[in-house]
Design a protein. Structure first.
Length: 508
């Protein structure tokens, strides 16, 4: 490990909301609707989401929130509690409370907020020596990220092109080093999905567990890379998907789309120069294969993701209850059972969070991270929950979300308004409030924004099979499967074809 610097207390240097918005005006190459966007935080495709993130930064400077959000790390840096390593169960618990504080500002609808990638960047401060010979890079990136509370996106998935072929045969698509110089390396290739990347300060480039396992020593070294790209790199291109925010228009009609669309992008590095100081792993296949679990990132990102979805489950529990009341069906036994199922999932996720915080395991540099088994279980439980939530809404609300005005303008039509007031009211609420409620239900469950969320919740943590394979392979690697098998062997040793072989049954 590197020696610790002399301790000094610093002032809070985290960006404010306004400073965050200004930091996005750095010459980044973001493309939308055929155009290069020159001012991301002012563009209709990104501006409301950018301001939703800015609220998180402003909360860091709110005296009423600082006790929950801010701590001083071991180097004297004041930072968000999840932006620094935890060294005890209590510190991990407090970091979880800081995550929840931020997530409640977005009601659980933004998955890749700044603390998501802090799941990894914070670990760089625990043991920079793990990244030797790039330990100074790890230390420097930790300090900059913690000090400013930087917002990083990440790309760790290869595009779905020629995946049946080994990496070294797909050099025209997959990210790889093309040239090495004294000053740094040049890389080319593409990655997906760069969620919220237009709103971030840098891109973290690596490989997920499935991709890393496919790399072949002696053949794929050019692909065995972990590095960071600053957003103003002139050879980094972000090609955004359609903006649900831009299409949303008035917040009455699409209240979630209009403010929480963390636009996803396809990321291309076209012979991009990466200085050596931004490299963490270089042409090292064994380390790339191991780092996903060794770094603590897997455990910590699932800690953040589970808290975020637990908050989102609270929101949709309240949303469904209000929808049922508006229909006059909230007292029916069957719909109460369905609502109870969503509340059960909320409770389960918070229980997993508690287990991850209170029963951690040792990690790099004396830090602690959530236990790998618990993180793997949370990854599976959370990723498949949202499909069930949407099924419940469809089953118990039926066609109610369809029964609505086309837009808020219908409510301003003097001829229509008396008719709407009479026939489109809800149980105990007027037509305007019913319309507002079911516009929200529609945006949460059935709009383009909602469709993207369904895809996101299912796939953000890896493909369906890999989630189970990782759990199995880690159990095998930690000797747990051998212990499970030995349990069965012990049981079977108590009897044979002649009868009991062990007391107390043998003595009967």
């Amino acid at each position: 490990m590197l020696p610790k610097p002399e301790m000094s207390v610093r002032k809070l240097e985290a960006l404010t909301g306004e400073e965050y918005l200004e930091s996005l005006r750095d010459g980044r190459r973001v493309y939308y609707d055929g155009e290069l966007i020159t001012d991301v935080p002012s563009h209709p495709a990104y501006r409301n989401a950018a301001r939703s993130v800015a609220r998180l930064y402003d909360a860091l400077h709110d005296p009423d929130a600082q006790e929950t959000l801010i701590k001083q790390d071991r180097f004297g840096i004041l930072t968000h509690k999840f932006f620094t390593p935890a060294y005890s169960a209590q510190e991990l618990k407090e970091a979880g409370e800081a995550i929840a504080c931020w997530q409640r500002l977005g009601y659980g609808w933004m998955g890749r907020t700044p603390e998501y990638k802090a799941s990894f960047m914070a670990t760089l401060g625990a043991d920079p020596g793990y990244y030797k010979p790039f330990e100074n890079n790890a230390r420097r990136w930790y300090e900059e990220t913690a000090r400013k509370v930087l917002f990083l996106n990440h790309v760790i998935v290869d595009p779905p092109v020629d995946r049946h072929r080994p990496h070294h045969e797909v050099r025209d698509v997959y990210i790889h080093v093309t040239k090495e110089t004294d000053a740094g390396i040049y890389v080319s290739g593409a990655k997906q999905v760069a969620t919220a990347s237009a709103l971030t300060h840098a891109t973290f480039v690596a490989a997920n567990s499935g991709t890393a396992q496919r790399l072949e020593p002696g053949k794929d070294e050019d692909f065995a890379l972990v590095f960071v790209v600053r957003m103003n790199n002139p050879r980094q291109y972000l090609i955004s998907r359609s903006s649900y925010e831009a299409k949303a228009g008035h917040p009455f009609d699409y209240p979630l789309s209009a403010r929480f669309d963390e636009n996803d992008a396809f990321l291309v590095l076209d012979n991009a120069f990466i200085p050596w100081e931004d490299v963490l792993i270089y042409r090292d296949v064994p380390k790339l294969k191991a780092f996903y679990a060794d770094s603590g990132f897997f455990q910590r990102f699932n800690f953040q993701a589970t808290i975020r979805l637990a908050v989102k489950m609270e929101f949709v529990s309240g949303l469904l209850l209000k929808g049922l009341r508006a229909n006059g069906t909230d007292g029916f036994r069957g719909v109460q059972v369905a609502l109870g199922e969503i509340v059960f999932m909320r409770n389960l996720f918070w229980a997993l969070v508690a287990a991850m915080a209170q029963d951690p395991e040792p990690s790099l540099g004396g830090s602690v991270v959530p236990r790998l088994e618990y993180a793997g279980a949370a990854r599976i439980a959370t990723n498949f929950a949202w499909d069930r939530v949407r099924q419940i809404f469809e089953r118990v609300l039926g066609g109610s979300p369809v029964l609505n005005v086309s837009t808020h303008r219908d409510l301003a039509n003097p001829e229509l308004r008396p008719i709407i007031d009479r026939y489109m009211r809800g149980t105990g609420i007027d037509a305007v409030q019913r319309s507002k409620l079911f516009k929200l239900v529609w945006d949460a469950m059935y709009s383009e924004f909602a469709g993207r969320h369904g895809l996101y919740e299912l796939n953000y943590a890896g493909n369906a099979e890999q989630k189970y394979l990782d759990v199995l392979q880690w159990a095998q690697g930690r000797g747990q499967m051998r212990e499970f098998e030995e349990m069965v062997d012990e049981f079977m040793s108590h009897y044979d074809e002649k009868g009991w072989t062990a007391p107390p049954w043998r003595d009967l």
